[in-house]
Write a protein that binds this ligand. Structure first.
Ligand SMILES: Cc1ncc(COP(=O)(O)O)c(C=O)c1O
Length: 383
């Protein structure tokens, strides 16, 4: 029987880049734990010279992730932040970047406290209105950087509308797709030029390894990023590549369960008298619910809710038993966190106030446990 011509997402997740090893037949991709490779004679090697430049396990993961996002190639890095930094390393001092004003806190920290020192210029705008992006673009603008949905306010940006602007202006659109994963959102199909992920989250899915990826739509981007891997060296180790390869095999089924549990938890929180507001694109009351239905094929499991005060948030976070109080998201276990003092502490009080991030907000990454246990846990913590 011949192979399917257009294999579906779950099939590609399990097979693309995950083919059995040619020399041994091992069904699971081998972990090539080597720093260097034998050369047959001077100037003659078998495609691999030194592990910072390339590694067969890494090649497999890069192929797998490119397939899932619909790109031509991808490059993996030691963390999501290393991937974002690698994209910026493709630009030059004096270049201008337009980015969302409500991003994962580590991104403005990198932009404002590291890269601005090298002559990069940044303008932060509310990208949920595409016209704000257009207004901020100037002669020196090289890239628009968008996170959708945003962390932690779950605000959406219209990828297609922004891509129409960036294409007209001949600049690159980069979308951070960490919250939705390629299972629920396909930014490249909507017009993005590159997609970035913290693979630490849903792609790995088991909270056991850091990583980042940039998925490219042109071979030249992949070559430039490959050069950044070789020159700057923040590559993903073979073992951590393997962890992500193992993770993506179950991405489709995990995302379906995350989404199913996420919807139930969001409905529960929305109906709870102690919860002032719930930020979840799957709720009809979310201001961009219609865009979410158009742009995504699920709503995922990231939810932020307003408890009213720091004291209320602290009390809930101390009382949870099934939910784990920890930074990060996208693992099989439900992780609960306090953005103001954890993921977004680096923004400072003024920065958080400017985007409406309060001390009473709690963020939850709903896992794939039995959802009734998560609901009962939240119920007792809120009581
Ligand atoms: C949306 C998003 N992008 C990027 C990052 C950075 O990824 P990493 O922690 O793997 O460096 C994070 C981390 O939480 C994130 O939430």
């Amino acid at each position: 029987m011949s192979k399917p011509k257009h294999p579906g997402f779950a099939t590609r997740a399990i097979h693309d880049g995950q083919e059995p090893d040619l020399s041994t037949g091992a069904v699971s991709v081998p972990i090539y734990a080597t720093s260097t490779y034998v050369q047959d004679e001077l100037g003659k090697h078998r495609g691999y010279e030194y592990a910072r430049v390339s590694n067969p396990t890494r090649d497999r993961l890069e192929k797998n992730l490119a397939s899932l996002e619909g790109g031509v190639a991808s490059r993996v890095f030691a963390s999501g932040m290393a991937a974002i930094n690698a994209i910026c390393a493709m630009f030059k001092s004096g270049d201008h970047i337009v980015c969302g004003n409500d991003l994962y806190g580590g991104v403005p920290r990198l932009f404002n406290q590291v890269l601005s020192g090298y002559g990069f210029e940044f303008t932060f705008v509310d990208t949920s209105e595409a016209r704000n992006v257009e207004r901020a673009i100037g002669k020196k603008t090289r890239m628009v950087y968008v996170e959708t949905p945003t962390n932690p306010l779950m605000s959406l940006s219209d990828i297609k509308a922004i891509a129409e602007i960036t294409r007209r202006k001949k600049i690159e659109l980069v979308v951070d797709n960490t919250f939705m994963s390629p299972y629920f959102q396909q930014p490249i199909a909507l017009g993005a030029d590159m997609v970035v992920h913290s693979t630490t989250k849903f792609l790995n899915g088991h909270s056991d390894g850091l990583g980042g990826v940039v998925v490219c739509t042109h071979q030249e981007q992949a070559e430039q990023l490959g050069f950044v891997q070789k020159a700057a060296g923040a590559i993903l180790s073979p073992f951590e590549c393997w962890l992500v390869l193992r993770g993506t095999k179950t991405l489709a089924v995990r995302m379906l369960q995350h989404d199913c549990n996420g919807r139930k938890v969001a409905e529960f929180l929305a109906g709870h008298k102690k919860v002032k507001k719930v930020f979840y694109p799957g709720l009809k009351g979310h201001p961009q619910h219609e865009l979410a239905r158009r742009q995504m094929t699920g709503f995922g499991s990231m939810i932020t809710f307003e408890t009213g005060s720091l004291a209320n948030a602290a009390r809930i976070l101390k009382r949870v038993r099934v939910c784990t109080l920890a930074e990060s998201l996208g693992g099989v276990e439900t992780l609960i966190s306090h953005p103001a003092t954890m993921t977004h502490a680096a923004l400072g009080e003024k920065g958080r106030k400017a985007i409406g991030l309060t001390d009473g907000m709690v963020r939850i990454s709903v896992g794939i446990e039995d959802v009734d246990d998560v609901l009962a846990d939240l119920d007792q913590a809120l009581a």
